[in-house]
Ligand binder design. Structure first.
Ligand SMILES: [Zn+2]
Length: 482
């Protein structure tokens, strides 16, 4: 509210007209950020750098040159730079979601009450495994994959999520895989393409990873990278692990006790198969021995706390992972059941961790774990995710030399003002309406509350058509009041 809506325009700087969809004419000019050599100064915000060496600054500047951050400090003199006024804003690295099934965007809230697998109760007949994986995912065409992935990506850009690992379990043909990659690329966001399973005669998983890697991921100088899915509840997972390691790619997998994975996970642990290239998702219901091996190997843990609580994955093992010193990141998982914004994830994480600790304190325990702080929750939602995805040399903090993946969050908004605690404001008060401006590798994707560069109405129509098709093909009826 206290901020100026317009960037200060220095003489000589170049500006590009924003999308015509930006309704507010007085906000319709954005700095030409991201162009080679273009310097942009984000000026006067409250900096949460997520880098101890850089520190935080109550009033500070971030200087960008082209795609990279070149300076962070209390006051940077850069008269040649275009200026983005960040007065009244919190300036921090973009959020990182390490596990999101974006192909399910058209199924949003269809499984609002769904648990993971059937339990014999009629009320849970419509569950995730039987309906989403065994019905919906099988009928996706490449065009469904494309629009679902793209729309899900754009929605997360709107929420300030600048990096995702997309877990797409629809690789029914090479064309399906290519459609997912095209959509991730067209979103213009940093994304890790998770090459997971597919079904049917045309499926080429996991061997097609070699072609995909060569055709789409041979360069490190791009926003897209790749992981291989190595689901241990599927027959033949050993081949997927082998291909992933042959290609030097991280291996990601769901680890859920209720899916009967505990014995296999124990066997892999005992055989010394865990490595720092493993991204384990959920890790509910596993043995202490396997946990120790995972921690010793430097494996990463992706938690989707809200989903784990809601869908009966088992108790989110937050404290276990923290006690073992494992890297823990946050993830949205499935929008068929809950929202994919980082604020939901952080609040689920911090409230559950503190609930457990508070219960111990109330029960009279003399010693109990430290209560999670808001700065911890932010770390799990940013730099820890970057480390887990092997991208911390590029993103996850406001560090000179890293790519400029940056969000400006409006701390003057009606649900946040006045600003008294920066990390607290983000974690305990904010939602996606506070995400004012989003940059990915220096390029502005959201400007003063408006997404740039997408035909949202047209895409929404395409998504709805895809929704109608997949429900019809899967033989599932929508129930608006279910
Ligand atoms: Zn998942």
């Amino acid at each position: 509210m206290s901020r100026s809506p317009l960037p200060v325009i220095p003489s000589g700087a170049t500006f590009a007209a924003a999308s015509a969809r930006v309704a507010d004419a007085e906000e319709s000019f954005v700095p030409n950020a991201g162009e080679p050599n273009q310097r942009v100064l984000i000026k006067g915000g409250a900096i949460l750098s997520m880098d101890d060496a850089v520190g935080n600054h109550a009033v500070g500047d971030v200087l960008i040159e082209g795609s990279r951050i070149v300076g962070v400090g209390p006051s940077i003199d850069a008269p040649d730079a275009a200026v983005i006024d960040a007065t009244g804003m919190i300036v921090m690295p973009g959020f990182i979601d390490t596990h999101h099934h974006q192909f399910e965007t058209a199924l949003r809230s269809h499984l609002a009450h769904g648990i993971l697998i059937a339990d014999g109760q009629p009320v849970n007949e419509s569950n995730y495994y039987d309906v989403i994986l065994q019905k919906f995912s099988l009928v996706y065409r490449p065009e469904d994959v494309y629009v679902n992935e793209l729309f899900g990506s754009i929605s997360q850009l709107d929420a300030g999520v600048t990096t995702v690992m997309d877990v797409s379990q629809i690789h029914h043909s090479p064309a399906h895989s290519d459609a997912a990659i095209d959509a991730l690329r067209d979103a213009g966001r940093r994304a890790v393409f998770g090459y997971f399973e597919g079904w049917g005669d045309d499926a080429r998983y996991p061997g097609d990873a070699r072609r995909i890697r060569e055709e789409s991921f041979s360069s490190d100088d791009q926003l897209l990278t790749m992981t291989v899915g190595g689901e241990i509840y599927l027959p033949g997972y050993e081949e997927a692990w082998k291909v992933g390691r042959e290609l030097g790619l991280p291996i990601a997998l769901h680890v859920v006790g209720t899916f009967g994975m505990r014995d296999t996970f124990d066997e892999l642990a005992a055989a010394g198969q865990f490595g720092s290239d493993n991204i384990f998702i959920h890790m509910t219901g596993m043995s202490d021995e396997a946990w120790q091996k995972a921690a010793d190997a430097g494996a990463h843990l992706s938690l989707a706390v809200h989903i784990e609580m809601h869908m009966r994955h088992g108790m989110p093992p937050i404290q276990k992972a923290l006690d073992l010193g494992m890297g823990v990141s946050l993830s949205s998982d499935v929008e068929c059941t809950m929202a994919a914004d980082p604020f939901t994830q952080m609040r689920s994480l911090i409230t559950l961790q503190r609930m457990h600790v508070n219960e111990q304190a109330l029960a009279g325990a003399e010693e109990y774990p430290a209560l999670m702080q808001c700065s911890d929750a932010l770390r799990h939602a940013t730099i820890e995710g970057a480390k887990g995805l092997g991208l911390d040399h590029k993103t996850g903090s406001l560090t000179p030399g890293k790519d400029a993946d940056i969000v400006l969050l409006d701390a003057g908004a009606v649900n946040v003002a006045p600003l008294n605690n920066a990390a607290g404001a983000v974690v305990t008060l904010m939602d996606r309406s506070n995400v004012d401006t989003v940059l990915v590798a220096g390029e502005i994707k959201k400007w003063r509350g408006h997404l740039l560069g997408f035909d949202l109405n047209g895409l929404a129509d395409e998504l709805e058509a895809s929704r109608d098709y997949v429900f019809e093909a899967a033989g599932v009826e929508r129930n608006l009041y279910g």
